[in-house]
Design a binder for this molecule. Structure first.
Ligand code: 13P
Length: 249
């Protein structure tokens, strides 16, 4: 049994006092969920250190939402993985579809960012997923294969790498794939990460895209789903913790 990971991606929300209060509320309510799953919040970088302070001593880990592929240098506005680690992060999301779309991030760049994360001792959450047009064209599994082949760096293993399957059309839309479609995608991912991720059978595969307290139980029960990457529903402590409560134990 792989211990589930329930991760909240706050995206560009809750960057100030609201985020600190959210972190405190998640930390205060985490004990029950943390008995059977790992918990993670990924706040905006400007409050990552404050959130890490607020959650010190709690079972909730903290992660960044992105990092640069270089260790340091002239990259105005970017953050090195080691800076996130120093601020209190133990995870970082890379290759989220919003970064792939907004910043034209390629698989090769995502791979370099994941390698940088590993170099800084962070666990990389590598995001993959098809667009609606790709699903409609019957290309979903081929798209996932390509992203897996291109985005996983050398040295990836079940301890330092998590894969998040996030269908682009399910993000923020209230729409989700059926349980059968999630099962098909996750079985395919489990198969395709053999060779790319050492001890791939133990690697955590998250589902993300419109996870909420109503659908979490069904989605988290799907074979090869080892947790969730939650956007909108992670912005309220109660709904985030309710999702975590439904993770299989
Ligand atoms: P929503 O849960 O808001 O659909 O976002 C999912 C996501 O993109 C998490 O990274």
């Amino acid at each position: 049994m792989i211990r589930p990971l329930i991760a909240g991606n706050w995206k560009m929300n809750a960057g100030g006092a609201e985020g600190r209060a959210l972190a405190e509320a998640v930390g205060a309510g985490a004990a029950e969920a943390a008995s059977h799953c790992d918990l993670l919040v990924c706040p905006p970088a400007v409050i990552l250190a404050a959130v890490a302070d607020a959650l010190a001593g709690s079972p909730v880990a903290v992660g960044g939402q992105d990092c640069h592929e270089a260790a340091s240098g002239a990259h105005t506005g970017d953050l090195a993985a080691a800076m996130l680690a120093e601020a209190g992060a133990s995870f970082v999301i890379v290759g989220h579809s919003e970064r792939r779309a907004d910043h034209a991030e390629s698989d090769a760049l995502v791979r370099a960012k994941a390698a940088a994360a590993h170099g800084a001792g962070l666990i990389a959450i590598i995001c993959i997923g098809e667009t609606e047009a790709q699903r409609d064209a019957g290309e979903t599994l081929a798209v996932l294969s390509g992203q897996i082949a291109g985005s996983i760096p050398d040295g990836a293993n079940a301890a330092n790498t998590v894969i998040a399957y996030e269908p682009v059309w399910a993000i923020g839309t209230g729409r989700t794939p059926t349980a059968d479609e999630v099962a098909e995608a996750h079985a395919h991912i489990r198969e395709r990460i053999k060779g790319g991720i050492a001890r791939s059978e133990e690697a955590r595969l998250l589902y993300g895209g419109s996870v909420n307290p109503k659908n979490a139980g069904e989605l988290l029960a799907v074979a090869n789903v080892n947790g969730a990457l939650v956007g909108g529903a992670s912005l309220e402590a109660a709904s985030f913790l309710e999702i975590a409560r439904q993770a299989p134990s």
